[in-house]
Design a protein around this ligand. Structure first.
Ligand code: GCU
Length: 677
């Protein structure tokens, strides 16, 4: 069985006969001339979807039969039909509407470009997959973000850094001759949610990726991606001119180095004429970068940008930086290194910033760079792979995490300056915009390890398209498309999904705690870690628990990381009256007996959250058990087993953290709580 392989493109048969009959009636005929590869792919997808859901294949026609015809294409491909596409939907948007053409009622899917049509077709299929009526359609949609990119942390030996779903899907040994069906299905899945870029290799990059041997293989992948509107990008190692080009330096201001990159980039474009550009991790975690040669991030990024510009390529330059001079507070470093260069980057450079200032923790406040660089293009980096969220074992639907960051108000241009609006370029129309998700994809039959981890890939795409979409609506669509339209299943499991991230925060890092996981694997609890190799890898550096209390003081009396935020945010979080419990120990060091809003002491509150977190996993399991029979046996069983493991691990997290912190608080665990197991 292949349960899970098809992702949200299951195209399950519509069991409700009358509903299916209504759909079929309206889709009897199609006018869908498809000459280009992208239109051909769109047409093949439409047919695949309709065959799956309705066991039908609309008949190709040239004339419209009122009420029974679907017309699909661009103004050019539909020439002769007088189809008008408004400029407001842009080059990647689409219209799906009930239209009158030649006085006859029909369904029209149209766009300015072939890729817009492809997006329109996927979204039309979604209407059927989620059982929406199609007799009065009027949808105009367009992406709010330009670069919607998956970052694969895939190594050339096919291991995946922080990957928990098997090996890399890129089979270098068999490329370029063998085009695995997976590449095509991967591209279909991405296009279905509007993802239009893929960085195929790890940010901890190997210079070999730029060798001709690899470029031939990469070209074969790009050829597959292109059909689905996806551009291919590469992570590059800053010292490639030395390692691959045998130069003595990789100094970005050195003429030979500049020439080496320019030539290399010309070469890449000979293989891939629509190559997207580079992603660069520089001067971070031991990676080389411009600072290695006494230059700045701007020098490094701009040098590559100059070489890419003639080809319309971009540089995604990461702001995830920290070095060997461990500061008093690692959370401040990216801001300190980048803020001075606001406005200094070339137009085709975009700074890629993680959602929070540390590292993809279960909960972090938004990164202070958002809003701090009004004259610089900034893109979001979310992590889909669950490095700090229980790998592919724990059910954690990440959309609420994404939404929490996206809807955070930075106040940098007054109230309403949300991260979402900054990412959309609302405050500076000249800037390019983007969002990246660190992929959770591997060779596992179901792609992501946990059947529900697929929802994070899906939700990322949806939010990159429109960052203001609701987590709940996305979860509902995903459940219906992936499993079933059974209303009982969808409503119960949607609640489970929406609650799941908070559950995990509760059993791992409640009340603003962070970075207290196991050393290097980042799996399981490790609040005791105090010898991880460098201070800012230690848990103790972050929680600072002692007999007096717990938490990281980032106010003016501490590291003053708060000063990196706009004043209203600063004041809000600095003031204990207004700082939300969620961020309390991120910004404050408080005594164990500190009185919380709930009336409980800080210690009791902490214990309460740990217990609530573990208990919620138990509740989730009970709800899942009731779903037996509503979906296929295979995925039902798989999720049930995963939930049992998750419960064991949540309990371990709870007990380990409560017992560890209790050694400092010396306070009892309340009588109402079960004893640690
Ligand atoms: C985390 C992760 C690393 C990764 C790094 C990055 O630190 O543990 O494996 O390389 O992030 O984002 O560059």
């Amino acid at each position: 069985a292949d349960e899970g392989y098809k992702l949200w493109l299951e195209y399950n048969k519509i069991a409700d006969r009358p509903a299916a009959a209504v759909y079929k009636q309206q889709l009897k005929y199609m006018i869908f001339p498809a000459e280009s590869d992208q239109l051909k792919a769109a047409k093949a997808e439409l047919i695949k979807g309709l065959e799956g859901m309705l066991s039908m294949h609309p008949a190709d026609t040239k004339s419209i039969t009122g009420g029974q015809t679907i017309i699909i294409g661009t103004t050019q491909s539909l020439k002769g039909l007088a189809v008008i596409v408004p400029d407001s939907i842009g080059n990647q948007g689409y219209l799906i509407k009930t239209a009158l053409i030649n006085q006859k009622k029909c369904i029209l899917i149209t766009a300015k470009t072939d890729v817009g049509v492809l997006y329109g077709v996927f979204n039309f299929l979604k209407l059927l997959q989620t059982r929406q009526p199609i007799n009065k359609l009027n949808i105009a949609d367009r992406p709010r973000i330009m670069y919607r990119v998956l970052d694969h942390w895939d190594n050339l030996n096919r291991t995946v850094e922080r990957g928990y779903a098997g090996s890399s899907i890129w089979n270098w040994h068999r490329l370029p001759g063998i085009i695995d069906q997976r590449y095509i299905d991967y591209a279909r899945a991405n296009a279905s949610v509007g993802i239009n870029g893929s960085v195929i290799n790890n940010v901890n990059a190997d210079a070999l990726i730029l060798s001709p041997q690899y470029l031939t293989k990469i070209q074969a992948l790009a050829n597959v991606f292109r059909v689905y509107g996806i551009k291919l990008y590469l992570s590059v190692k800053f010292s490639s001119p030395v390692e691959l080009g045998h130069l003595k330096t990789a100094d970005p201001l050195n003429d030979d180095v500049r020439k080496w990159w320019a030539d290399k980039i010309d070469e890449i474009y000979r293989y891939i004429p629509d190559f997207g550009g580079f992603l660069v991790k520089a001067n971070s975690e031991g990676q080389p970068g411009p600072q290695t040669y006494g230059r700045t991030h701007a020098d490094g990024a701009n040098m590559l940008a100059d070489a890419l510009a003639p080809h319309h390529g971009i540089v995604m330059w990461r702001a995830f930086v920290y070095d060997n001079n461990v500061p008093d507070d690692r959370s401040k470093q990216a801001y300190n290194e980048f803020k001075p260069f606001d406005g200094k980057f070339k137009d085709n450079v975009i700074i890629q910033v993680k959602n929070g200032p540390i590292d993809f923790q279960p909960r972090e406040p938004f990164h202070p760079l958002f809003g701090a660089m009004p004259n610089t293009a900034l893109m979001m980096e979310f992590q889909l792979t669950q490095e700090y969220l229980g790998f592919s074992t724990h059910l954690v639907y990440e959309a609420p995490l994404f939404a929490e960051t996206l809807q955070s108000d930075t106040y940098t241009a007054g109230k309403g300056s949300t991260v979402s609006r900054i990412l959309q370029g609302s405050f500076n129309k000249k800037l390019i915009t983007g969002m990246a998700g660190v992929a959770n994809i591997g060779t596992d039959l179901n792609w992501c390890g946990h059947p529900f981890a697929q929802a994070n890939w899906y939700a990322f795409g949806r939010m990159a398209w429109n960052p203001d979409q609701s987590s709940s609506a996305i979860a509902g669509d995903w459940l219906k498309m992936t499993f079933t339209n059974d209303a009982g299943f969808v409503s119960s499991i949607k609640k489970v999904m929406l609650q799941s991230r908070e559950n995990t925060v509760n059993y791992m890092t409640p009340l603003g705690l962070h970075h207290i996981m196991g050393v290097s694997t980042h799996y399981g609890p490790g609040p005791w870690v105090d010898n991880a190799g460098r201070p800012d890898w230690n848990a103790t550096y972050y929680h600072k628990a002692d007999s007096a209390g717990i938490g990281f003081n980032r106010t003016g009396t501490g590291s003053n990381a708060l000063s990196q935020y706009a004043q209203p945010v600063q004041l809000h979080w600095e003031n204990l009256q207004t700082c939300p419990d969620e961020y309390l120990l991120w910004f404050h060091h408080l005594s164990w007996t500190y009185k919380m809003r709930s009336g409980r002491s800080l210690w009791d509150e902490l214990v309460y959250h740990y217990y609530m977190g573990a208990d919620s996993v138990k509740q989730m399991g009970l709800i899942w058990d009731k779903m037996q029979g509503k979906i296929d046996v295979e995925r039902f069983n798989q999720v049930q087993q995963l939930m049992k493991v998750q419960l064991t691990e949540a309990t371990t997290w709870r007990d380990a953290c409560v017992l560890y912190f209790q050694a400092f608080s010396k306070m009892p665990v309340g009588a109402g709580y079960p004893k640690p197991e």
